[in-house]
Ligand binder design. Structure first.
Ligand code: TRP
Length: 334
């Protein structure tokens, strides 16, 4: 508890650009959770270097993601929005937790297996202990809740196991976090291969709508979206996954039900429908994009947010870290 509120922690990597799937699947939910919890939303740039990064690109992406959090509606005064690398306690606790995590546990992590097969010339130790750093992120803030997607549940389970193990030896040091899966919103799929998730690392740039895409780009990508030759705008995810995906996107961002979308486009062609989806998405993202570019101009404001929030995060994180150091028997400095 902090200021009488339960604590929430989550983070996103500083790689690539965020797309509408990230917004609808995570960020939108973060904004509504921020009313009920004391929230820490980190840009986890230390996790990002488990895959080789271009320095300038990493720095730009990290700052963009931080501004995207704010542009999406997270108040940076109410929510602690910060860079993981600005708070050394993450690295320090991560080392300690490495000594309480078994290799057998890390060997089972499916994300490690996936990523090491994709990056087989750089299977570094950081990629292996990635989930331990993630556990440190969460435990430092004594988080009660962690909003994550299904793909992160295994990491969260590991975090809980390590926290239990530590607590069993040293007493109640860590709060045991619960996953918060959020409302099962529509899963947004690739515009080019609609049976697959929309992904920020897709090589086909037409597959995803990025939050910072401009109106023309958005409309062009929807025009090129892969559909089928049924010539029928009906929700049938099995046989018409492309159309179902477009209907999902149109329904969520246009605030309509699927039934309303079906009747609106009964008897109409795919061309009209794709244009309507493109325009609706472009309209929905417009205020977001405008806010983002305003923030980008206001360098001094963002710099202040970054500095103040790093201090705020460090204050909470260091409290936990000091407690841990004391418990495990590190010499106490006066
Ligand atoms: N591994 C998470 C992802 O790729 C990002 C992350 C790092 C995270 N630390 C976290 C998410 C702590 C939740 C809590 O999505």
């Amino acid at each position: 508890m902090l200021d009488g509120k339960k604590i929430l922690f989550s983070g996103m990597q500083a790689t690539g650009s965020l797309h509408i799937g990230n917004y609808l699947g995570a960020l939108k939910n973060w904004v509504s959770l921020s009313n009920d919890y004391e929230c820490f939303y980190s840009v986890v740039d230390m996790h990002s270097i488990t895959i080789r990064q271009d320095p300038q690109e990493l720095r730009n992406n990290a700052r963009n993601i931080l501004m995207i959090y704010i542009a999406a509606g997270l108040d940076p005064i109410k929510n602690c929005i910060y860079y993981q690398s600005h708070v050394p306690a993450h690295a320090e606790l991560s080392w300690i937790l490495n000594c309480f995590t078994y290799m057998g546990e890390l060997n089972r992590m499916t994300q490690f297996k996936d990523k090491s097969s994709k990056h087989d010339t750089n299977i570094n130790v950081g990629l292996y202990t990635y989930p331990v750093l993630q556990a440190a992120d969460i435990l430092l803030y004594q988080a009660d809740a962690v909003p994550v997607g299904k793909d992160q549940l295994q990491h969260l389970e590991l975090c809980r196991d390590v926290a239990h193990r530590f607590n069993a030896i040293y007493g109640d040091v860590f709060t045991i976090p619960e996953p918060s899966l959020g409302k099962a919103g529509a899963k947004i799929r690739s515009l080019q291969e609609p049976t697959k998730k929309m992904s920020k690392s897709d090589e086909n740039l037409n597959a995803a709508i990025f939050l910072l895409d401009d109106r023309d780009t958005i409309i062009r990508k929807f025009k090129k979206a892969v559909t089928d030759n049924f010539a029928n705008i009906k929700y049938d995810a099995e046989n018409q996954p492309g159309i179902a995906n477009l209907m999902d996107i149109y329904a969520v961002l246009g605030e309509k039900t699927i039934a309303q979308v079906e009747s609106e486009f009964a008897g109409k062609g795919y061309g009209d429908f794709k244009l309507a989806v493109g325009e609706t998405v472009a309209d929905a993202l417009k205020p977001f994009r405008e806010r983002f570019y305003e923030l980008k101009e206001d360098k001094a404001y963002i710099d202040t947010i970054i500095k103040n929030n790093a201090e705020k995060a460090a204050y909470t994180a260091n409290k936990t870290l000091r407690k841990v150091q004391k418990k495990i028997g590190f010499p106490i400095s006066n």
